[in-house]
Design a protein around this ligand. Structure first.
Ligand code: G
Ligand code: G
Ligand code: MN
Ligand code: NA
Length: 252
């Protein structure tokens, strides 16, 4: 069992880490963005999965300081990636962070403090956050768009939101959840769903990223369906900054 106090210690000791997973432009074969993914190794060497500690941090409110730490760290690290091209960094957000009244200002402040251009930062929001579809949500998304911060809908397809609501949202990217990608080379229904999502997204000028791509057969099918961007173990796993720099030197 992980304890609230253990996680707090990790935040206070700067013991959390960010790993980065490349997202590849299928057209050029180059890395355009890297997704920042939080990692926690306890002082006694246990690796705790974010699938475990993120929900804990959400339930205790500790996702607020942890999320702020992640944003600042990603905005710091992204500078070291620029020697390999205009690589952007994507940071995952929890609902709790996004709904804070001061969240927009907090992001602006972090960009300023770290000297990061707004267009190097992307924010990933789950479909369920966006589905609430309140005026507040649309307003905040609009403000991010105006300053040049791209927003992606993460885990798309798992939230039953339907495609028509996409039109209303000022977001620029959509990440197709890996449950639709897993069997895409075999399953006619997954192909049809994915084709529908890609067509719709293209009509409203959104980029589409397929997540969890592990095989060449999946890539071939996704290319055929018009998917623009790919993320998954086939290309690269999430990795520490130093390893990412070696990868970028070869692939950016
Ligand atoms: O990297 P991995 O597949 O283990 O991540 C598991 C889950 O944890 C994913 O849903 C991912 O979005 C989430 N996650 C990873 N890092 C962060 C983070 O910094 N903030 C939030 N809110 N979620 C994260
Ligand atoms: O929810 P979110 O999309 O942020 O989660 C990203 C998670 O997906 C990361 O924890 C990452 O480790 C995982 N992931 C990335 N690529 C693959 C893949 O190709 N296969 C599988 N099974 N998981 C992946
Ligand atoms: Mn994500
Ligand atoms: Na996802």
């Amino acid at each position: 069992v992980i304890l609230r106090s253990e996680f707090q210690q990790a935040i206070d000791d700067d013991a959390l880490q960010l790993h980065y997973q490349p997202i590849i432009d299928l057209h050029s074969g180059r890395v355009v963005t890297v997704e920042a993914l939080m990692r926690w190794i306890t002082p006694d060497g246990r690796f705790i999965s974010p699938g475990e500690f993120i929900p804990l941090a959400e339930s205790t409110g500790q996702i607020i300081p942890a999320g702020r730490w992640a944003l600042r760290k990603a905005c710091t690290d992204v500078h070291e990636m620029q020697q390999f091209g205009a690589i952007r960094v994507a940071v995952n957000l929890s609902a709790l962070q996004f709904h804070r009244a001061d969240f927009f200002d907090q992001v602006q402040q972090i960009l300023e403090e770290t000297g990061t251009p707004a267009d190097l930062l992307e924010l990933e929001l789950t479909e369920s956050i966006l589905m609430e579809n309140s005026n507040h949500t649309i307003e905040v998304l609009q403000r991010f768009k105006e300053v040049g911060i791209r927003v992606a809908i993460d885990d798309f397809g798992t939230g039953f939101s339907g495609l028509s609501y996409l039109k209303k949202l000022p977001v620029s990217k959509l990440k197709i959840d890996r449950i639709f990608v897993q069997d895409i080379d075999q399953s006619a229904s997954d192909q049809a769903i994915t084709a529908g999502v890609i067509n719709m997204a293209t009509q409203v000028d959104m980029e589409v990223i397929a997540e969890g791509v592990e095989t060449l057969a999946q890539i071939t099918m996704l290319k055929q369906l018009g998917c623009g961007y790919i993320q998954g173990f086939y290309y690269a796993k999430p990795m520490p900054l130093e390893e990412l720099k070696v990868y970028l030197a070869q692939h950016a």
